[in-house]
Ligand binder design. Structure first.
Ligand SMILES: *[C@@H]1O[C@H](CO)[C@@H](O)[C@H](O)[C@H]1NC(C)=O
Ligand SMILES: *[C@@H]1O[C@H](CO)[C@@H](O)[C@H](O)[C@H]1NC(C)=O
Length: 543
């Protein structure tokens, strides 16, 4: 009799049948969705343009889950181009088959569908989903993905009176195909035309005076860092991409491309309406979007100047980033305290230093990592690995340290090999004069240090090895570096990419192959029965 059998027997014996059944059911909860992706026409910045909708919604439907929920989501592609969604921050434990990027999945052809099956295993927090194909993200198709706590797990803050999801995105009036053509022809994108909050220029959030609300804020844009603030109100930071933080108060927060935060806001001001403001950071031209926080007993419109943004300089932002701390005594999705994992006491098995660069290859603008500019093969890497198809990717095409020689950048399908259970130190070295934002699929990681100049091993003395937060996306400041520590406990093929979409699209990405020779369902699930095949595995038999 398995554990489940014992639990069931226990339930019957002690006649707490109803309670136990509820818990068993919660354990096994399955949630089914059918999402249809179409084009639509909307005017988010005042002029009509083609957007990508899911079930007729822009942004797409909010995916509200509870920790350990199993999602069965049939995605029907009614666009005229192949399409995939990726679940940003969902760790896909043992299951990179469902990651929804071109290195793991064949794109869903037009007028076709694919049913994702994944579990929000041991996760809690504010996440997102978005299209990983082409420049589809520039047209929408994205949405909030919130994972709520199980009732048996406590939260390190009082239960909020309500919950708002705010997706903030820089936005172009130009369609995604024209943007893509511009990149394909070797030209950078221009600066975006505006900022949207939940796909609109005007949104109103309603709350009651005296109550406390959770604001889940995500930067869904293509490139710009944004600053978020609310007139007359402080933000109490409680969660960053699945980490419960020390609950500091902030007047505003910098949210870099691909990042998410949860804050609590108490409506403790006099009854009126207040401006919610998002504005671009570190840009010569500043784009600003506003929404309204409406007190239900308010009879006065929002008034007065918008709360001003923080100083332009990067040091303000770095200081803020360093102030984010793990609450060591708080639990996250599981009952054990976050601090019971002493990441700072583990000696990394290797160090990888990744330097981004802009490059001209064959006369066109590209971006590279350690002088390799990534290209997607026709066959997903994960499937090439599974079906033993040689020649799709090479594990020696990219060095794990930048080379300082004059060699020019090359095009390749770059993969860094790792063994399951490696514990790695990754340094993102940014020798360019622009902000970077790096995202890793399949994991969260500790962001242990930010600095300026060239990283050297001596910089390790400045690391936070006690209470750094774990997250899935880390910013790197211009002419600076950021170090993360990653426990590679999730077998699979995992995308490490720039969250700045032009850079990702033009080659600033690669894959980490986390591999073990021992094939076991305890470390990786079987290839899904409904796997889509394409490229060189097209003729292969389904599993
Ligand atoms: C497409 O949807 C059908 C149900 O309408 C489902 O049975 C099938 O498995 C889906 N295809 C894939 C590849 O997931
Ligand atoms: C840390 O979490 C605990 C719950 O375990 C909570 O009571 C406490 O207020 C949090 N501490 C800070 C400084 O945020």
């Amino acid at each position: 009799m398995g554990l489940k059998g014992l639990v069931q027997l226990f339930c019957i014996v002690v006649t707490l049948v109803s309670v136990c059944l509820v818990q068993l059911k919660a354990e096994d909860a399955y949630k089914y969705f059918t999402w249809t992706v179409t084009y639509g026409t909307l005017s988010p910045l005042g002029t009509p343009q083609k957007v990508i909708m899911i079930n007729g919604q822009f942004p797409g439907p909010q995916l509200d889950l509870v920790t350990n929920d199993n999602v069965v989501l049939n995605l029907i592609n009614k666009l005229d181009e192949p399409f995939l969604l990726t679940w940003n921050g969902i760790k896909q434990r043992k299951n990179s088959w469902q990651d929804g990027v071109l290195g793991t999945n064949c794109p869903i052809p037009p007028n076709s569908n694919y049913t994702y099956k994944f579990q929000a295993k041991d996760q809690i927090g504010t996440y997102t989903y978005f299209p990983s194909t082409h420049l589809h993200k520039a047209a929408g198709g994205f949405g909030g993905l919130n994972v709520y706590h199980r009732s048996v797990i406590s939260l390190p803050y009082p239960y909020p009176d309500g919950d708002f999801t705010l997706l903030i995105a820089d936005w172009y009036k130009t369609g995604h195909k024209a943007l893509q053509q511009s990149l394909d022809s070797g030209k950078s994108l221009s600066f975006p035309d505006g900022l949207l909050i939940n796909g609109q220029a005007h949104t109103t959030l309603n709350g009651d005076q005296g109550k406390t609300y959770m604001f889940r804020i995500s930067n869904m844009g293509l490139s710009t860092s944004i600053n978020f603030r609310i007139q007359g109100h402080s933000l109490k930071l409680v969660e960053i991409e699945g980490s419960h933080t020390i609950q500091n108060m902030y007047d505003s927060l910098d949210v870099h491309a691909g990042q998410s935060f949860s804050v609590l806001v108490t409506l403790n001001q006099s009854p009126k309406d207040y401006y919610i403001v998002a504005s671009t950071r570190f840009s010569r031209k500043v784009l600003t979007a506003t929404a309204l926080l409406h007190y239900s007993n308010s009879h006065s419109p929002a008034s007065g100047p918008l709360p001003s943004p923080p100083a332009y300089h990067y040091h303000w932002s770095v200081r803020q980033a360093r102030s984010f701390r793990w609450n060591l005594t708080a639990n996250a999705a599981r009952p054990n305290p976050q601090g019971s994992y002493h990441y700072g006491k583990i000696t990394p098995t290797k160090t990888i230093v990744l330097a981004n660069s802009a490059a001209i290859i064959n006369g066109k603008k590209r971006y590279a990592v350690n002088k390799v500019s990534y290209v997607n093969p026709d066959t997903p890497l994960k499937l090439a690995d599974y079906f033993n198809i040689p020649g799709i990717f090479s594990v020696d095409s990219i060095q794990s340290l930048p080379s300082n020689g004059p060699a020019s950048a090359q095009i390749a399908t770059s993969v860094i090999p790792n063994s399951l259970h490696d514990f790695i130190e990754v340094v993102f070295q940014n020798n360019e004069n622009t902000m970077q934002s790096w995202h890793l699929d399949g994991y969260d990681f500790w962001v242990v240090g930010y600095g300026f100049g060239e990283w050297t091993p001596a910089k390790r003395r400045s690391y936070n090895l006690v209470d750094a937060v774990t997250r899935h996306t880390a910013q790197v400041y211009p002419n600076g570096w950021t170090t993360i520590l990653v426990s590679l406990d999730n077998e699979g093929m995992w995308n490490l990419r720039s969250a700045i979409w032009e850079r990702q699209y033009l080659g600033q990405q690669l894959y980490l192959r986390v591999w073990t020779a021992q094939k076991s369902l305890s470390t990786e699930y079987n290839i899904p029965a409904n796997v889509l095949l394409c490229g060189k595995v097209n003729g292969h038999h389904h599993p």
